[in-house]
Design a protein around this ligand. Structure first.
Ligand code: FCB
Length: 425
């Protein structure tokens, strides 16, 4: 490989939004929603998490020293509304306003996520998003929330990964209420969330009377599905079914036909590929053992098969289809091997750069995640942080990781090509 000199560094466009992301349940702690009593596979729960609820000031300072220009964060419905139609909790609103004020002082643009895998308990009691009444309840909440925050934010992300949420709640049993193979419920959840997205988009647009055009979109998780063997009819058929159900059916519900008008950007989360061998998904998150993956030559982080080329294909396809600007609302790797994570990020950013050069309009990139955090059904075992958090220490100390240092240079220069000599995957 030629040495990286100033000349062969890859420059991203001026104004490209380098950011990072978290979600409320994963970092805040002190939250009362369906995750509060949920015990993850490592025996832990989210009740304290990173205590970001009390330590957001410090965490914003960490972000500022990283040099990120964007922060994708969740607003937690369960903190704000105690029942259908109720007024929003002023103390909690003030806390969010304080966060937004501090972000502004730090020169960081917020992207607010309205739904990220959690609901108030009274919504869960109604049957969650399988119940059509939840659509009106959510729209009512958003109608009350937006006027309070609108002078401090212009990028709204209504739903994070509706496909992941609906499938883990109702098909695969990983998220509460932990139901399995309820295909009807999966479809209802997607349709209701898509209805809520369209209605919320109208509400948000109407509430911006301050001359600002709000950016409104979803964050769609895009997994590339495939078969391990070239000639394996049933594995290909299963991959095709997954692609239809989790990718096509979902984007179509949110963005197809007239509904496309509800979004003026497309948010995409990209983690990689899932290939099947005799119906078994070959990834750690699907239960494949490291020994088996190694034997089959499959490169994974602690969750997914890495597939940087898939990022370019996805971006080109979805840009050609929707002609909307794109934000990469999440990408990251979980591993205790820093070299692996650095190399993974570098590879994905190289593909991103190439794809943008070919004409795809990508506006920003949000690394998942600012902090090591509560990774849903897996608990604290997956290390995604730009800052590590020592969960064994009550003080929950944050420490810049090597990948954090690598990303810091990118955020500060908007140049790629500083990859330290590390182990290649
Ligand atoms: C995404 C989720 C996010 C986090 C990452 C690893 O699917 O949106 O909360 O769990 O995966």
């Amino acid at each position: 490989m030629p040495p990286k000199t100033a000349e062969n560094r890859l420059a991203f466009p001026k104004g490209f939004l380098w950011g990072t992301a978290t979600s409320a349940t994963q970092v805040e702690g002190h939250v009362i929603n369906e995750w509060t009593d949920f015990v993850a596979q490592d025996g832990n729960h989210c009740r304290t998490a990173c205590n970001h609820y009390h330590r957001y000031g410090e965490d914003i300072d960490w972000m500022a020293s990283l040099g990120v220009k964007g922060y994708r964060m969740g607003i937690e419905w369960s903190r704000l509304q105690s029942g259908p139609g109720a007024e929003l909790n002023q103390v909690e609103l003030d806390r969010y306003l304080d966060i937004l004020k501090r972000l502004k002082q730090a020169g960081i643009t917020p992207m607010l996520v309205l739904h990220h895998f959690s609901n108030p308990p009274w919504i869960s009691k109604l049957g969650g998003w399988t119940n059509p009444a939840v659509v009106a309840a959510f729209v009512d909440y958003v109608r009350k929330l937006v006027p309070v925050l609108k002078d401090h934010v212009y990028i709204w992300n209504t739903f994070n990964e509706p496909d992941t949420y609906a499938s883990l709640c109702y098909l695969l049993g990983g998220f509460p209420p932990c139901r399995k193979w309820r295909i009807g419920s999966f479809r209802k959840v997607i349709r209701h969330m898509a209805d809520a997205h369209v209605q919320c988009s109208g509400v948000i647009r109407r509430l911006y009377t301050n001359g600002v055009t709000p950016e409104i979109g979803i964050a769609k998780n895009w997994t590339v599905f495939g078969a391990y063997h070239k000639f394996a009819f049933w594995d290909h058929a299963l991959a095709g079914l997954c692609h239809y159900l989790f990718n096509e059916f979902v984007v179509d519900a949110f963005m197809g036909g007239e509904r496309g008008r509800a979004s003026n950007y497309l948010g995409l989360n990209y983690y990689g590929r899932s290939r099947f061998l005799n119906f078994q998904p070959l990834l750690p998150a699907g239960g494949a053992s490291p020994a088996q993956l190694k034997r089959l030559g499959i490169v994974c982080d602690d969750m997914m098969e890495r597939y940087p080329a898939g990022l370019g294909v996805m971006l080109k396809q979805l840009y050609a289809r929707y002609q909307l600007p794109i934000y990469l609302t999440e990408h990251g790797a979980a591993s205790s091997d820093s070299d692996f994570r650095i190399h993974d990020l570098n590879q994905h950013l190289e593909v991103l750069h190439q794809t943008m050069k070919s004409g795809v309009d990508v506006r920003g990139f949000f690394y998942w995640s600012l902090l090591d955090n509560f990774e849903w059904q897996f608990g604290y075992s997956k290390k995604f942080g730009l800052y590590s958090v020592d969960f064994a220490d009550e003080a929950l100390p944050r420490k810049l990781t090597a990948v954090g240092e690598f990303y810091r240079q990118i955020c500060r220069t908007s140049l790629l090509g500083m990859e330290p000599a590390g182990k290649k995957v």
